[in-house]
Design a protein around this ligand. Structure first.
Ligand code: PDD
Length: 275
């Protein structure tokens, strides 16, 4: 069963709430969001997600209608209301409800939240990896903001899907940025490489978790820009996200990557110790 919350209250049914026509979230995509995974009723790296949520809000001059503790209480109540142990919590904040004018209105921001059972990834994908499709990164220059405006991401993901792939890998100015809904890591000669946390990527929480694990496992790490050729020449590569955790890449368009995934599998195993 899915649990839903909109504008200060929990709903009895996820389909019950009718969002007002003039909600800026759906008229302008004027808002921000987060996705948090919950393992055994415990939200994973919640403080980090809330930090990023606050940073995204500040970046678009959105005033949070709740204190951090109040927001946590709403999230925890959503988790408690679910019958499931392992869920994903999606929450978003929009600039509220006002007649459609581009200027920021003088309204209260509106929070909505959905709690739904986590969907485990197929075991063969977790073990052997997924295929990815490479595309131009057509997004704006503020990808560090977790904005509701996801049209380029949605289009890239769909294009990848139509090529039989699970993810689109994006290229900006000759360098790989990230996936349409994930960050990207390459392993080369025992060192882990990932794109630096600039404005051109989302600063992933799972990416952060991998940094912690790499340090613990004494795997050298470099935050460096790299090209598509470097990715295709990888010893191992993987994507990370809240819902994919650490997921190997087995194929980059027509290029098969090596099948020995020593470091990726070690990170996957160690990841479980974090929750
Ligand atoms: N997406 N990059 C992009 C563009 C993303 O949309 C995401 C996550 C990530 C990984 O971030 P994190 O590790 O914090 O989940 C990187 C979420 C899961 C989504 O939109 O559903």
């Amino acid at each position: 069963m899915e649990i839903a919350y909109y504008k200060d209250q929990f709903l009895t049914d996820v389909n019950e709430g009718v969002v007002p026509i003039q909600e800026r979230g759906h008229q302008f995509g004027d808002g921000i969001y987060e996705v948090v995974r919950v393992y055994n009723k415990k939200p994973f790296m919640l403080e980090e997600h809330l930090d990023r949520f606050e940073q995204s809000a500040e970046a678009i001059a959105l005033k949070l209608p709740y204190s951090r503790d109040e927001l946590k209480e709403i999230i925890m109540e959503g988790i408690e209301r679910s019958e499931e142990q392992n869920v994903d919590v999606y929450f978003q904040l929009t600039r509220g409800i006002a007649p459609r004018l581009h200027f920021y209105p003088d309204t209260q921001a509106v929070l909505s939240l959905v709690v739904k059972p986590s969907k485990p990834l197929a075991e063969d994908k977790k073990r052997d990896g997924v295929a990815v499709h490479v595309m131009d990164d057509e997004r704006w220059s503020n990808c560090y903001i977790k904005s509701l405006n996801l049209l380029p991401n949605v289009m890239a993901k769909q294009a990848a899907f139509e090529k039989g792939c699970d993810e689109a890998i994006l290229i900006r100015d000759e360098f790989v940025t990230e996936g349409s809904s994930s960050n990207l890591f390459v392993v080369k000669d025992g060192t882990l490489y990932t794109t630096p946390a600039t404005r051109h990527i989302l600063h992933g929480i799972t990416r952060k978790a991998v940094f912690i694990l790499a340090e613990r496992l004494q795997i050298p790490m470099k935050e460096e820009h790299f090209t598509l050729e470097f990715l295709k020449d990888a010893d191992e590569a993987f994507i990370t996200s809240t819902t994919s955790e650490v997921l190997p890449i087995k194929k980059v368009d027509d290029v098969n990557l090596p099948t020995h995934l020593t470091i990726t599998h070690r990170l996957q195993k160690e990841f479980k110790t974090l929750y």
